[in-house]
Ligand binder design. Structure first.
Ligand code: PGA
Length: 249
């Protein structure tokens, strides 16, 4: 199964998002029903319930873009993983570079969010990746280790039997820039992540996604990356025709 995760970010206000879902309902179903393809739409909090309702009778999944690192309590403005589960979300993006950057999310907070999400049987889409200057300094492995180690630690403490985690490798310098790394570079990063997971979290089922400037032209060659299980798509997911072309490749 190949995952196509649409990350709409904050690009659609509520009315537009609902319209987009309804207007393209048949189209989404058509591409979702292609063999071995799975569509996941990640929307703003306010739109989640409506999108869950629109796609209720389908296997298209709806995901959130974040959740609280706390279970419940006095955390004004936050949204719990349990609420996401209650309204029908099956996935939740965690640790997106924009959350890390603009909301100063730490690796430890991200790990707590992964735990909250797994507790309610939502699959986390954990985003990792190096910034431009870290890339220039060839620090990708150090960065990934720092980002993943707190997650391994918390998963070990949870003693779950076989949790499933999507790890989305998104080089920050590739997000929204049109610049994508060479295939060999992504393969080397994936190998590093796989080895790290084997060593530190052998019980976890890992699905590897790539994200960063995926469009009709870049998707074709990135799709042949070894061990790739899916794409996390930002900009190109806002235009149904572009999204469809990527899914059909
Ligand atoms: P992009 O965004 O496809 O627009 O580069 C990807 C992401 O931020 O998840």
């Amino acid at each position: 199964m190949f995952l196509y995760v649409a990350n709409w970010k904050m690009n659609f206000p509520f009315n537009k998002a609902v319209h987009f879902g309804k207007y393209n309902y048949d189209g989404f179903l058509r591409i979702h029903n292609l063999p071995q393809k799975k569509i996941i739409l990640c929307t703003e909090f306010t739109q989640l319930k409506s999108l869950c309702d629109i796609f209720e009778k389908t296997y298209i999944d709806i995901g959130a873009q974040d959740c609280s690192s706390f279970t419940s309590g006095s955390y004004t403005g936050q949204v719990s993983a349990e609420s996401l589960q209650n309204i029908g979300c099956n996935y939740c993006i965690v640790g997106h570079s924009e959350k890390r950057e603009y909301d100063c999310e730490t690796n430890e907070e991200v790990a707590l969010k992964v735990a909250r999400v797994l507790e309610v049987e939502i699959t986390p889409i954990l985003c990792v990746g190096e910034k431009k200057e870290q890339h220039a300094a060839a620090k990708v492995q150090d960065v990934l280790k720092e980002q993943l180690e707190p997650v391994f630690k918390i998963i070990k403490e949870m003693e779950m039997i076989r949790p499933r985690i999507c790890i989305a490798y998104e080089p920050v310098w590739s997000i929204g820039t049109g610049v994508v790394p060479p295939k060999e570079y992504i393969e080397a990063v994936f190998k590093f992540i796989i080895d790290l997971c084997k060593k530190n979290a052998p019980n976890v089922e890992i699905l590897l996604l790539y994200g960063g400037s995926i469009d009709e032209s870049t998707a074709a060659f990135i799709k042949s990356v070894r061990h790739l299980n899916g794409f996390l798509i930002g900009g190109a997911s806002l235009d149904f025709q572009k999204f469809e072309k990527i899914v059909k490749l």
